[in-house]
Design a protein around this ligand. Structure first.
Ligand SMILES: [Zn+2]
Length: 242
């Protein structure tokens, strides 16, 4: 039984067209714009994380400085209390010693004022940083929401294309169900080569599969071969439909 009847080849041409549509649809899935947008959003989130980390460590550093200064104030206060105890305790009576105590208390007070000013400065440093952290966190939240929205959109877009692909597949199955399996196998094995089609029309001397012009001698040879034999393009190997 002849397998490469002109009727079969015409059907196979339709199959090839649909297979090409599936290839294009799969390409579309890989190139959906949402993928790049998601990637960009994830990059933004990652960068924000780094900035936040730096800001937070700045705050921690300032907090540590504040704690150290507060500890210093506590030590000064303790020392002041101690010196005041001696000053008013009645044990020290020598004027020189009493004056020395007073001077020490005075300089401790001055030192305490300086440090307390430093504490206020450090606290003031943190204020704008903490405000900045708040707005960065808000921005991060927006990015995360946006990423979720994009992922959802991507899923829907993929789903739509996959539905389209399965509809095309149904049409292909319908077209191929009466074709001889030998012809289908030949077609499939030719089509499985990346960048190649399984079947194409020969228009004048040009193969529509590779768009190359066949030598006139070859075209003459093809014309002489029985209608029902499978003829392959000598350039790209696809089945030629005369
Ligand atoms: Zn060709």
């Amino acid at each position: 039984m002849a397998i490469a009847t002109s009727e079969n080849l015409q059907v196979l041409l339709q199959v090839q067209e649909k297979d090409s549509q599936i290839l294009a649809a799969n390409h579309e899935i890989r190139e959906l714009p949402e993928r790049k947008e998601i990637e960009a959003t994830q990059k933004d989130i990652e960068e924000l994380k780094q900035v936040l980390k730096a800001k937070e460590s700045e705050v921690h550093e300032n907090n540590r400085t504040q704690k150290r200064l507060e500890d210093e104030v506590a030590t000064i206060e303790e020392r002041t209390e101690n010196q005041k105890g001696k000053l008013y305790g009645g044990e020290v009576i020598a004027i020189k010693e009493l004056q020395a105590l007073e001077m020490d208390i005075e300089s401790l007070k001055e030192r305490q004022t300086v440090i307390e000013d430093q504490i206020i400065e450090v606290m003031e440093l943190n204020e704008p940083i903490e405000n900045e952290i708040q707005s960065l966190l808000q921005l991060q939240e927006n990015h995360v929401k946006n990423e979720a929205k994009l992922s959802e959109a991507l899923k829907e877009a993929i789903n739509e294309i996959e539905i389209r692909i399965s509809q095309i597949q149904v049409e292909i199955n319908h077209l191929t169900k009466d074709l001889p399996s030998e012809l289908i196998n030949e077609y499939e094995s030719l089509r499985s080569r990346p960048g190649h089609v399984g079947i194409a029309k020969l228009v004048n001397r040009t193969c529509n599969g590779c768009n190359l012009e066949l030598p006139a001698v070859e075209v003459d040879r093809i014309k002489k071969i029985s209608e029902d034999s499978i003829i392959n393009c000598e350039e790209c190997g696809c089945i030629l439909v005369r």
